[in-house]
Design a protein around this ligand. Structure first.
Ligand code: ZN
Length: 353
């Protein structure tokens, strides 16, 4: 039996139903109430949502409706600044070639459309840092007419703040932002790149080099030993993340994702696997990766040979001992499937291994 999307729980960060994500590229002018995603490092400008239900008057430039897409909020729901707010604060700009948004037709629009999530449209703008700092100091001084408590929130904390849809927007916006800020100059000739007029791409006006958004495909692998009914778990070496993980790795050039599964499992723990079953995928914006989740069976010896460069530890664990915490990640979601012994419901790949 094949699981349907209806059976899935909203365990992974991109599960934003009933909202949906649309990133069809277009040059459109932002409305004052559209949202702007502003990043400093890996943090995004945001403020607590006005508590309309508590009778408090929302800040005029930043009225938001109830957040129907959120499940039980852990913290207070956040909102991102509107274009109108930043424009009024004089924080939109510069619109010149020096750091501005330059288009292939020579225009310098003040905003670049990123995507919509639900009924909110999100833009990227060049921002005047001085004016923005002034807005932030108004916020810290409690000038709530001009700004609620605007601050830069680490993207890793967005998921703790109520709205799945806004956390998704802030998280994915970071991936766009990271791509745009590292695509200012041509990698071949060094000229300043310009934005294409019809698709999400930057091009070199001098040598014609084209740069499209980059993604790194990777696999996450849940390995089951059918003889002992145990699952292979690991811990990464040299990272702060010390919880149990599954085997994971990036695809290499010239390789299929199925081949990546076999190679990574062999490299990291010295095991052979068979009966690959594709589960689902998950974008992971912090590293611009697209993760493909596979389940598979051990093929042969269960003796682990650890790649100590990659992993600190690996072991076979009883299904009941798999961690049950909700990490909104594909790894945690796959561990849930393994704990529930339901991985065989997902389709075997058509390849003979
Ligand atoms: Zn060039």
């Amino acid at each position: 039996m094949v699981a349907t999307s209806r059976e899935r729980r909203a365990d992974v960060f991109q599960d934003i139903e009933p909202d949906s994500y649309c990133n069809d590229f277009a040059w459109v002018e932002p409305d004052p109430e559209d949202r702007v995603l502003v990043y400093r490092g890996a943090s995004v400008l945001a403020a607590p949502a006005p508590r309309a239900d508590a009778g408090a008057a929302p800040a005029s430039a930043d009225r938001v409706e109830g957040d129907t897409a959120s499940s039980a909020p852990v913290g207070q729901t956040l909102v991102f600044p509107t274009y109108g707010l930043l424009e009024d604060a004089g924080a939109i700009g510069p619109d010149s070639a020096e750091g501005g948004i330059a288009r292939a037709d020579g225009e310098h629009p003040s905003a670049l459309f990123l995507f919509t999530v639900g009924d909110e449209a999100y833009f990227r703008c060049e921002v005047d840092d001085e004016a923005l700092d002034e807005l932030l100091s108004d916020a810290s001084a409690g000038d709530s007419d001009r700004a609620p408590a605007w601050r830069f929130v680490p993207i890793s904390e967005l998921r703790d703040h109520g709205s799945r849809s806004r956390a998704f927007a802030g998280f994915v916006g970071y991936e766009y932002d990271s791509w745009y800020v590292t695509r200012r100059f041509c990698g071949r000739c060094g000229a300043a790149l310009v934005h294409d007029l019809v698709e999400r791409m930057v091009r070199c006006p001098q040598c014609g080099c084209m740069e499209f958004p980059k993604l790194f495909p990777a696999v996450i692998v849940g390995i089951v030993d059918r003889e002992t009914d145990r699952v292979l778990v690991s811990r990464y070496a040299g990272r702060e993340y010390k919880r149990y993980a599954l085997i994971a790795g990036f695809c290499e050039m010239g390789e299929t994702v199925e081949e990546t599964v076999h190679r990574e499992v062999k490299e990291e723990v010295g095991l052979a696997v068979k009966n690959l079953r594709y589960y689902r995928s998950q974008p992971w914006p912090p590293s611009s990766s697209l993760l493909f989740g596979f389940f598979c069976d051990l093929d042969g010896s269960d003796a682990i040979t650890l790649d100590e460069h990659e992993l600190e530890h690996a072991e076979w664990l009883d299904r009941a001992d798999l961690p049950a915490d909700d990490g909104h990640s594909l790894t945690r979601d796959m561990m849930r499937v393994l704990r529930e012994r339901s991985e065989e419901r997902f389709p075997a790949t058509s390849l003979p291994f």
